[in-house]
Design a protein. Structure first.
Length: 202
């Protein structure tokens, strides 16, 4: 089975027919899809300017979509490398019990669904790399009460999500399932009780 880099080369190779190049870009999302496969595809298509069902997109637009995906993947792989080094040091220092970030991270290893969007048509609009940087920043600071990606103040608890965990806080503005470790216990409790989370001004 081809890896991400091999598939990326197929997307870029002008000797390949357009169908193979488009197919290879779709296959890249089996290796790395921050919003989930369908939502990430919808995002890349809209950002690069071709339709999700377009069977003959402009090759330059395919490459632009790949460029965005590769930049985001570099951001996430750097985070995972740092995460692995930290866990190794913690184990060496005798800290064996993983924290809530570690529990969440195990479900997203490799970058699939790190900012899961259960509705594939509702996802952040900015560049994938910027979205991941904001998410990583939130994971590395104290928990808050807003969406770490768009600072949306309205989070609702949803069940039967098509990704693990199967329930959680969803941002009504950008559509991501907000990782629980980035929210305060009080914010999570309010969200579970069905209250919209509103950021406290000032």
């Amino acid at each position: 089975m081809a890896g991400f880099r091999s598939l990326a080369r197929q997307v870029r190779d002008p000797r390949n027919d357009l169908a193979l190049r488009r197919y290879s870009l779709r296959k890249c999302l089996e290796r790395f899809a921050p919003y989930g496969h369908r939502a990430t595809w919808d995002h890349l298509c809209s950002r690069a300017g071709f339709g999700p069902e377009d069977r003959s997109p402009d090759p330059a637009r395919l490459v632009a979509a790949l460029d965005e995906l590769e930049e985001a993947r570099s951001v996430w792989l750097a985070y995972e490398d740092g995460f692995a080094r930290r866990r190794k040091k913690e184990k060496h220092d005798g800290l064996r019990s993983p924290g809530s970030v570690d529990d969440w991270h195990r479900l997203t290893w490799g970058g699939f669904g790190v900012a899961w969007c259960d509705d594939p048509r509702v996802h952040p609009h900015g560049p994938l790399a910027e979205v991941l940087r904001r998410l990583i920043d939130a994971l590395e600071r104290e928990p808050g009460v807003v969406c770490p990606v768009c600072t949306g103040e309205r989070l609702v608890w949803k069940y039967d999500l098509a990704h693990e965990p199967s329930s959680g806080p969803v941002c009504t503005a950008c559509g991501i399932v907000v990782p629980r470790p980035v929210l305060t216990p009080e914010a999570l409790a309010d969200c579970r009780r069905g209250r919209l989370l509103l950021a406290v001004a000032g």
